[in-house]
Design a protein around this ligand. Sequence first.
Ligand code: ATP
Length: 617
Amino acid sequence: MERNSENPDEGNEFHPNPVSASNLSSNLSLDNVGEVTLTLNSDGLSWKLLDPMENVGSSCCGIESVHEVAGEIKFSDIYAVELTNYGVIHEFRHPGVGKCFLAHESHNIEMHRFIVHGVQKSKSQPCLWVLASYTFGHKDLETCQKWVKLIDASLNMEVERPKNLLVFVHPMSGKANGRRTWETVAPIFSRSKIKTKVLVTERAGHAFDVMASTTNEELNSYDGAVAVGGDGFFNEILNGLLLRHKAPFPPAPSDFIEAIGTDGSSPVHGPDETGAENHQKEEDPLLVNPRQIGMGFSNSRTDDASSSNIDQDSEFPLPNQQFRFGIIPAGSTDAIVICTTGARDPVTSALHIVLGKRICLDVAQVVRWKTTLTSNVEPCIRYAASFAGYGFYGDVITESEKYRWMGPKRYDYAGTKVFLGHRSYEAEIAYLEVEPEKPKSGIDGGRLINKVRGLLAPKNPERIICRSNCKICTRKPVYSSMRSPRATPYSRIERTRWLRTKGRFLSVGAAIMSNRNERAPDGLVADAHLADGFLHLLLIKDCPHAFYLWHLMQLAKKGGNPLNFDFVEYHKTSAFTFTSSGKQSSWNLDGELFQAHKLSAQVFQGLISLFAAGPEV
Ligand SMILES: Nc1ncnc2c1ncn2[C@@H]1O[C@H](COP(=O)(O)OP(=O)(O)OP(=O)(O)O)[C@@H](O)[C@H]1O
């Protein structure tokens, strides 16, 4: 401490405005390093050892001893600064030339201290964020207080950071460690001075009920809602929020609408109670007049933009565009976290949240159509952010619920059981074509020999796999700040083709994101990107056991191509309808079971924002 001048502020100049206060510096002690000159720059802090020669570069017994001579941290990587109690700062001193560095002296000096809490990316795994803290000391309390004030003022200028959050903790999630997970990360929030209202759920549906019944005024007082749990729990909170809002519907499966008549005798109401109107039937039998199902669109298309029947796209305005969702992983699969932060790590997720990172996500709106006793069609709406799957995917969830006590292993057990059961389902899927179909492989699929050829023939060789700093995922949707998220422009679908596929399927899946997880390192659909505006249909036709096993094995391999088979149909779309007959399965919507044999779905591009910066795997 000899080098600290008598007057601690000598040579230091503090300024209350952090922007104009660039390049201020003080001599301070940095714990476990030594005496440094700390400088406040416009974008962060930097420090240099006062006398590097004394501290650096000694070598002894063949081992190099290097103490960091300089360091820096950007404000964007600092999540908190706090004045801490008077206490010890450890300073290393070099013992002198020719002496063994193992004999380094450590001076423990008591002084006033403050801690800068920041984030560091793990060198081996950049998507893993770790805590980094720097304790600075000075014998004068006022100097420490001034530094804390200055750093705090700079952090307050990071406007994207949340101040008030609603936190839902699922205590039984995954291996029943939701509560412990929250306790691990809660100090990160308190250090960041983020207010949290924490609710530990007591039953399934609790978080949904709270979200659905919270007043708009209260919700607007929060910057976001955080789920400490798995994908299913996040889905519950998402639905609790989105179901409060009136949203236009996607088209219903046409035969269903036809069955109830289109003469206006069986009106279909949207949540806004828009009455059904009777208009001419569209040419395409799968094309349903949006008005008939309460979508609130103009029903007749005109090329004359000045006409009063101007097309309107489907918008879904949320009351608070600033509101973000957060997930702290504690579940069994945690696919959404793996696809958005890249790391299944609660600390990484907490740091993304407190630093106010933002990424947009697509959300699929899934509607089940059922006829009431009075022959009205009642839509039942759900939302899914990661995956909607029927057949194998629904059966695995149904089966796995019986073995919840097994924890995450229940999926392996149930998956094997369902695989051996090899059930297939009759279904018809109509999907909106959004890009030209790739030519078929030309294999008739009738004979085993041809099927084997199909198995080996490359079908979808060009895929943009969602990996490291994926350009598509990190691209910001153009509308993000200007407009509400939007769905398929159905008012123009008269010029768009609906395509149809029919048969027996082992599974029907619609991926909203790639769904990377520990069992499928590239995800269920590797080229399903975040906020790309597409539903990625993955239809597995009935096929021999061995073929399906092959497909599942490809999913489990990094770089495997699970779409590369004749019995796999893959379509990129923005809306689809589904009708099944005969034996029924269930839909699995991000872990929630949904019974529906008539269903339609559309995607809202970038509908919600998540506290995450995007994958860096
Ligand atoms: N306190 C509770 N007790 C029982 N079930 C709950 C409780 N709170 C929430 N749930 C329900 O548990 C379901 C599963 O939760 P969650 O997604 O966290 O765990 P998981 O299924 O183990 O993980 P993953 O979805 O990642 O596979 C949720 O859909 C939710 O409705």
